[in-house]
Write a protein that binds this ligand. Structure first.
Ligand code: ADP
Length: 397
């Protein structure tokens, strides 16, 4: 594989994907439609995307020599997981390997403190924040390096790297809790930020093509429980102003980073109508799973279109609204939950996606279900549907 980011490339037929979880697994439909093969680098034979990959390189996502092997078999490399060894991959990029998005588009985003600083440098609105080292505890000053005002409890403490699904995110209500959490997190670089008393959480999936064309899927509302995404309502019931603000944020970010591919943008909407960026995922994202069934083009196909140098597809919804509920593990087990899945599938206009994981653990994403709706804008009904789906799945809620 040769050729660099942005350089004209022969038709892409084989895409290397670093990471073989459910996000890579869900690329299968788009890949088939576009006639491309997926070669996946992932640590275990039991990872979801092994089932849909043309070939598999069995190695951790941080193993850059395995990525060199992957590159030998494909035209371009992309990511379903950003926990990569960037310096090692940079050497490969310098040798001419083509990563989409490019490593320079990932670089400012992989560390949560650097990401906040980068977004702020672009003039994008973020919560007030400061870096923190656990051993600093005795001298913690609650004055942030960020511009306005002092940080006050409650605060949010985050590990700067390798956090996901709420792992590494702690809501801290007072100084004693801060002390206790810091003691547990010895030697890990941290980010401390204001707790945003948001009215809603929003998310947008935005794509940018090799030619710089941008397409943004409808902004959605997400609901998290214990920092893990549980429900997505598409589209979010928001004003045109908020919609336009989110789209402007997406344009600024994707253009500055010269992104090729899909990024997930998570945001807070405050009670006084301000939009703050919470987090950027430099890849397809859980908040965009509804696009598989509810949009003209899924986020997965869109990502592959961008990565393969094709024009982007329409991000428009095919139905007025949709509700997506994650099927999270709630026990340690090796069951396949066939009865619950059948019950979910029997709901009118429900589409169940089961990731084929062999083992269930509390909080593990095992699948999701999307229900397509004929009426938009009925928040109460949408929440009732989510509750119904969760009652079937969790049994006791
Ligand atoms: P992860 O990378 O693990 O997904 P996030 O930073 O996205 O972590 O945080 C997960 C969830 O925690 C958010 O969706 C939100 O519900 C809550 N959260 C994170 N940061 C804040 C904050 N500053 N204020 C209020 N809630 C927050």
């Amino acid at each position: 594989m040769t050729g660099s980011q942005g350089k004209a490339m022969a038709v892409v037929k084989r895409v290397g994907v670093i990471g073989g979880g459910q996000l890579a697994w869900m690329m299968a439909g788009g890949a088939e439609k576009l006639g491309v093969e997926l070669i996946v680098q992932t640590p275990s034979r039991s990872d979801p995307a092994v089932a849909i990959a043309t070939e598999v390189i069995l190695a951790s996502v941080g193993d850059a020599s395995a990525t060199a092997e992957l590159a030998a078999q494909c035209d371009v490399i992309t990511f379903e997981n950003e926990f990569v060894d960037l310096p090692a991959l940079s050497l490969l990029e310098q040798q001419g390997l083509c990563f989409r998005p490019s490593l320079s588009a990932l670089e400012p985003l992989l560390d949560k403190y650097n990401q906040r600083s980068y977004l702020q440098s672009l003039g994008l609105p973020v919560p007030r924040f400061m870096p923190l080292h656990p051993e600093q505890m005795p001298e913690i000053s609650l004055s942030p390096s960020a511009p306005s005002g002092k940080l006050e409890f409650p605060l949010v403490l985050k590990t700067r790297r390798h956090g996901y699904d709420g792992q590494g995110t702690f809501i801290i209500k007072d100084r004693a809790a801060l002390q206790a959490t810091l003691a547990e997190l010895s030697h890990v670089p941290l980010l401390l930020e204001e707790f945003v008393p948001f009215e809603r959480e929003l998310a947008a999936i935005a794509a940018r093509s090799v030619k710089g064309e941008i397409a943004i899927f409808p902004v959605v509302e997400t609901q998290q429980v214990e920092q893990v995404c549980r429900r997505v309502f598409a589209p979010a019931t928001i004003s045109r102003t908020v919609q336009a603000e989110v789209e402007a944020i997406a344009h600024t970010l994707l253009n500055h980073l010269q992104v090729v591919g899909v990024f997930g943008i998570e945001l807070f909407l405050t009670p006084d109508g301000r939009v703050l960026v919470n987090e950027i995922a430099p890849r397809v994202h859980n908040s965009g799973h509804f696009t598989l069934d509810a949009c003209e083009t899924s986020q997965f196909e869109q990502h592959l279109r961008a990565v393969c140098g094709l024009p982007l597809g329409s991000p428009a919804m095919k139905c007025p609204a949709a509700v997506m509920v994650n099927l999270l593990g709630y026990e340690h087990s090796i069951r396949d939950y066939a009865a619950q899945r059948q019950q979910l599938a029997a709901i009118p206009q429900a589409r169940v996606h089961w990731y084929g994981k062999t083992e269930s653990r509390p909080g593990r994403k095992l699948g999701h279900v999307t229900v397509l709706l004929e009426e938009p804008g009925d928040d109460q009904r949408e929440r009732a549907i989510a509750t119904e789906l969760e009652a079937i799945w969790y049994g006791r809620e």
